[in-house]
Ligand binder design. Structure first.
Ligand SMILES: Nc1ncnc2c1ncn2[C@@H]1O[C@H](COP(=O)(O)OP(=O)(O)OP(=O)(O)O)[C@@H](O)[C@H]1O
Ligand SMILES: [Mg+2]
Length: 433
């Protein structure tokens, strides 16, 4: 009995060694994928939604200090299921990027709209309506500074603190009075940033003026000035009044009801079967999105993205602070949220700003070139202030860009430059494509 047991033991030992040897030849054991989060042990989708309600498409921005980067942004990206993962700037986790890699080559009509894989074609660029030329803007600014206001009316220029001014020569201007000086500061700085980027054709010429009841400019509207309750000595902005502006609805690629943004790029199908007019519009929209990203202006498309939480049709309504001039050019009105106020709250809105920017992978070549220049020079704020100072005599009457904001402008330009280079690396034309 003992002998039989010993023999059986020897057999078992031999069998165990064989199994161990075989196991050693196998690749290391791979873990089965699991959807549990390490912290809570719940499946990720349930953990996110609290187990009952589906997660909101655009969660409310969490408090400022915590949300500048990191966790909440990642959660937002996941919720947005934005293919921006594919189009994000370098440095994103490769896994995120791989998940959304688009396939397929641009169709011929898409290729014709785009050159070099990422730039709008020259033919399309040439069809973008001219808007305000540099010379027209300069002439208007000079005239507005000397002009005497003969009427100051309520209505036609937005909120009740603004006025529509008529000058002695019959031309008109919207006068914007800031409840807070940073509104006028943001408006003026944004105007000069648009000029620095070559986008001035879309932003109405803007001059600063000082409210002085006894000054020559306001002498004929004393009564109206009193009724406006503007503080004596405050700086207001005058923008050229534009007749016959019409509303604008965001074009199809961003007209989402479910919060999903699809990357706009050649070969992504978004440009296929678009009319020439639609493509010319898209050229302008891509500039607008870049501009609003740089200035952190949340008061246009980004506020729409935010409102999608409770208003799924918001993208089908007129976009605030955006109009079309009679010549067809998009007019970026009301940039007061840009650069100053926008920068103060950028941490809160960047979870919308960044995916929106990353949804653009086709650029106006000239805009991209300017951005890359400002990235290389690392001197964007200095150049902006030089331009502002050179063209606006009242420059010293408003605060310039504070140091942290100057640095943020440069960081945003750097982020944008990286995004452009990323798109170029990914979609730029390579031999044989
Ligand atoms: N320069 C201008 N030329 C023509 N119309 C203008 C001009 N500026 C403003 N307006 C008109 O006034 C409206 C509001 O302008 P704006 O956004 O600058 O002011 P607001 O006080 O921010 O008002 P809102 O809250 O409606 O945005 C615009 O939608 C436009 O119809
Ligand atoms: Mg407005």
């Amino acid at each position: 009995m003992r002998g039989a047991a010993a023999t059986a033991g020897l057999w078992l030992l031999a069998l165990g060694s064989l199994l161990a040897l075989w196991g050693g030849l196998l690749p290391p054991r791979t873990e089965l994928p699991t959807s549990r989060t390490p912290e809570d042990g719940l499946p990720r989708h349930l953990a996110r939604s609290g187990g009952r309600e589906p997660a909101p498409r655009f969660p409310l921005p969490p408090p400022l200090a915590r949300d500048a980067r990191g966790g909440s942004l990642k959660t937002f990206r996941a919720l947005l299921t934005l293919a921006a993962g594919a189009d994000g700037p370098p440095g994103q986790p490769p896994g995120e990027r791989r998940r959304h890699v688009p396939t397929g080559r641009p169709r011929p009509e898409e290729r014709a709209a785009v050159h070099g894989g990422v730039f709008w074609s020259r033919g399309l660029e040439e069809q973008v309506p001219r808007g305000f030329s540099e010379a027209q803007a300069a002439a208007w600014l000079e005239a507005a500074r000397r002009a005497r206001v003969v009427a100051l009316e309520r209505g036609g220029c937005g909120r009740s603190s603004n006025r529509l001014a008529r000058f002695a020569d019959g031309t008109r201007a919207c006068v914007r009075y800031g409840i807070n000086p940073e509104q006028i500061q943001g408006e003026a700085l944004s105007y000069y940033l648009a000029r620095l980027l070559g986008l001035q054709r879309h932003v109405p010429p803007l001059a600063l003026a000082r409210v002085e009841a006894r000054g020559a400019q306001w002498a004929q509207v004393q009564e109206e000035l009193r009724a406006a309750h503007w503080t004596e000595g405050s700086v207001v902005s005058l923008t050229r009044w534009l007749p016959n502006l019409t509303d604008v609805v965001v074009p199809a690629p961003w007209r989402s009801e479910d919060g999903r943004l699809r990357p706009l790029r050649a070969g992504g199908g978004e440009l296929a079967n678009r009319s020439r007019a639609e493509l010319v519009d898209l050229v302008q929209w891509t500039d607008l999105i870049l501009f609003d990203y740089l200035t952190a202006n949340f008061d246009r498309l980004v506020s729409n993205l935010f409102s999608l939480q409770w208003d799924p049709r918001v993208m089908h309504r007129a976009t605030s602070n955006l109009h079309r001039g009679p010549g067809g050019a998009l007019v970026f009105l009301d940039n007061e949220a840009g650069l100053v106020h926008g920068y103060r709250v950028a941490g809160m809105w960047d979870k919308y700003n960044e995916p929106l920017l990353q949804s653009v992978c086709v650029f106006r070549e000239r805009t991209a070139r300017r951005v890359l220049e400002l990235h290389r020079g690392q001197d964007a704020a200095a150049r902006l202030l030089r331009l502002y100072q050179h063209h606006e005599p009242r420059f010293p009457e408003l605060a310039a860009l504070a140091d942290p904001h100057a640095q943020l402008l440069q960081r945003r330009l750097d982020f944008l430059a990286k995004h452009i280079l990323h798109c170029k690396a990914k979609y730029g034309r390579r031999p044989g494509t």
